[in-house]
Write a protein of this length. Structure first.
Length: 312
């Protein structure tokens, strides 16, 4: 048997001497930020480093690609402390951020407890992540970074707690999460490239199109027992009008669909009615419909969104 190498842990300060000048500059690069995105399950797009928030400066200010929600990232190449915990909360409050990411070298128990408490007591739209950054090396190989999730919101546990003391809808949310988890596993077996969000106990699952102006969304309609696939336009009514002018072209490629328009959001939708939306024996069939329509929407609508961007 060939001799195997031994993994050796490297001091992060040997790789990044200075948090802002070295680590933040490394992390903000797209290929490195994607490592963090994969760990968390959301796609993060950087806005700036050392961004101002009142009298303070945020290590990295970013946004979640699909929703545009603010993401604050605080880096600390040492053990957690009260000062950095306070900064994370202050930055998030000042920017109404939905994602708080605290990256550290080591985690003290009291700060892990604080992050767990925040995740349990803040509303469901806000998530706090406590992440350890490590560096490992085999022999003379290049050092390799590794993110380890230490603290995060436990959607399953939160929903179980609520469903035990409130009402039926939270039980349905758990059934939705069960299907989304099945769908993500199904898709990943077929497609290694597509970006997948973490499954959550809610009636929709989003897929990025590479532009925050719009995204593809799968939905579960429990009352009518129907799956849906939508192009969801966040705010841009001009894009909605641009697509409506191409309705005949879209119908020829997507088949029958319906337009929807509200005060803020707009888009188009196709439906897939089924007899029992939570029939686990049919989950593969439902998953294939979802997967194929996500691919179809991306293929047909992404070029039109790019064309719209070039014209606007």
């Amino acid at each position: 048997m060939e001799n195997l190498g031994k993994l050796v842990k490297v001091d992060v300060r040997r790789v990044w001497e200075h948090e802002a000048r070295d680590f933040s500059a490394w992390l903000v690069k797209p290929e490195n930020l994607s490592l963090l995105s994969d760990q968390i399950g959301i796609e993060i797009e950087p806005i700036s480093t050392e961004a101002s928030s009142g009298r303070f400066r945020i290590d990295i200010l970013a946004k979640e690609v699909i929703t545009g929600d603010m993401v604050v990232i605080e880096n600390q190449l040492e053990s957690t402390n009260h000062d950095h915990l306070g900064k994370v909360i202050t930055y998030a409050a000042g920017l109404d951020a939905k994602y708080l990411i605290w990256i550290v070298k080591d985690v003290l128990p009291e700060h892990l407890k604080a992050v767990e408490w925040l995740n349990e007591n803040l509303n469901d739209e806000i998530s706090c992540f406590l992440i350890k950054i490590e560096v490992w090396q085999i022999g003379d190989s290049k050092p390799a970074p590794r993110f380890e999730m230490v603290g995060m919101k436990n959607d399953w546990a939160v929903s179980l707690k609520k469903s035990a003391i409130t009402d039926e809808p939270n039980a349905r949310q758990l059934r939705c999460m069960e299907f989304w988890e099945h769908l993500c596993i199904y898709i990943r077996k077929k497609d290694k490239q597509i970006k997948l969000q973490s499954a959550k106990p809610r009636g929709y699952l989003n897929f990025t199109m590479g532009d925050s102006i719009a995204h593809v969304s799968l939905s579960i309609g429990t009352r009518k027992s129907v799956f849906g696939c939508q192009l969801y336009i966040n705010r841009d009514k001009q894009l909605f009008a641009f697509l409506k002018e191409r309705e005949t072209e879209l119908e020829s490629k997507l088949g029958a669909f319906e337009w929807f328009e509200a005060n803020v959001a707009s888009g188009l939708s196709i439906d897939f009615p089924v007899e029992n939306i939570f029939d686990a024996s049919n989950y593969d069939e439902y998953s294939e419909w979802c997967y194929q329509n996500v691919l179809l929407f991306k293929k047909i609508l992404s070029p039109l969104i790019k064309e719209y961007r070039q014209l606007s």
